[in-house]
Write a protein that binds this ligand. Structure first.
Ligand SMILES: CC(=O)[C@@H](O)[C@H](O)COP(=O)(O)O
Ligand SMILES: NCC(=O)COP(=O)(O)O
Length: 247
């Protein structure tokens, strides 16, 4: 049985809901189905413009998780503005994943320069630890960035798997996987636990987990939501858990 746990990112469900001033599809309703099907946790990325996850979603998910699923994890991702940190302080997630996104970015597409931002990240990590959450830093497949994450006090890195996940060129995908393996070794040597995410799918997830079995958590949203439109959320979560190698 694999160590790798699945955290379902529900951004895309919120984005579909926001098309109309109506409460469906329900972020908490589909999160509950995912948790019932064995997802280890729920991930959200409340962006400043609330294009998908709203602050209200965050607190409704806190109520669901802490009320009905106390053994499951809540992971909140975002750029550490004061507003974001206050939100996390109030929501008290199990994990905060810091992502170096500008407000206007269409999606996350790079990791932290943990050397250049060491002073700021050290302060933010300390503040997040102050309210009891674990910190994961979103980084590229770069040993230096991973080692820098350990130096600022993070417990984990989340490797940005976009370059691996969104290519359709087998040679490029193989080269990107090799970069992830190298960076994972450096991160593990630095004492970090490993997360991974972005553009992971039922197809590219098994080779990633096979190459880096020590990955503790994958957070998956876009492709998982697309698959849920075909197979339903419960069956989709079961398929992604199997792709993670979970029994
Ligand atoms: C950090 C990351 O890669 C994703 O978790 C992020 O949540 C994607 O954001 P969007 O769902 O807004 O594209
Ligand atoms: N951190 C990655 C995540 O939460 C979801 O990314 P994606 O599967 O929507 O690309």
């Amino acid at each position: 049985m694999s160590l790798t746990r699945l955290s379902v990112n529900v951004n895309a469900i919120a984005q579909l809901r926001n098309r109309r001033n109506l409460p469906w599809p329900s972020v908490t309703g589909l999160s509950a189905i995912a948790l019932e099907a064995g997802a280890y946790g729920i991930t959200v990325h409340p962006r400043p413009d609330e294009r998908h996850i709203r602050r209200t979603d965050v607190f409704e998910l806190v109520e669901l998780l802490r009320g009905d699923w106390p053994d499951k994890e809540f992971n909140i991702e975002g750029y550490p503005t004061e507003e974001f940190l206050v939100l996390c302080e109030r929501a008290r997630p199990d994990q905060v994943t810091l992502v170096p996104d500008d407000p206007g970015q269409s999606t996350s597409d790079h990791g932290w320069d943990t050397v250049a931002h060491a002073a700021m990240l050290t302060d933010v990590v300390t503040r997040i630890h102050g309210f009891g959450a674990r910190v994961s830093l979103f980084v590229d497949a770069d040993p230096v960035a991973a080692e820098g994450a350990a130096k600022v006090g993070a417990e984990r890195v989340e490797f940005y798997t976009g370059p691996y996940g969104h290519t359709f060129d087998a040679a490029v995908q193989s080269a990107e996987l090799a970069k992830l393996v190298t960076a994972a070794k450096a991160a593990t040597a630095a004492g970090l636990a490993l997360n991974a995410g972005h553009d992971l799918t039922l197809t590219n997830l098994p080779p990633l987990v096979a190459a880096i079995p020590e990955i503790a958590e994958v957070s998956i949203g876009h492709a998982l939501t697309a698959d849920a439109l075909v197979y339903g959320m419960a069956e989709t979560v079961r398929r992604y858990r199997a792709a993670c190698g979970e029994a």
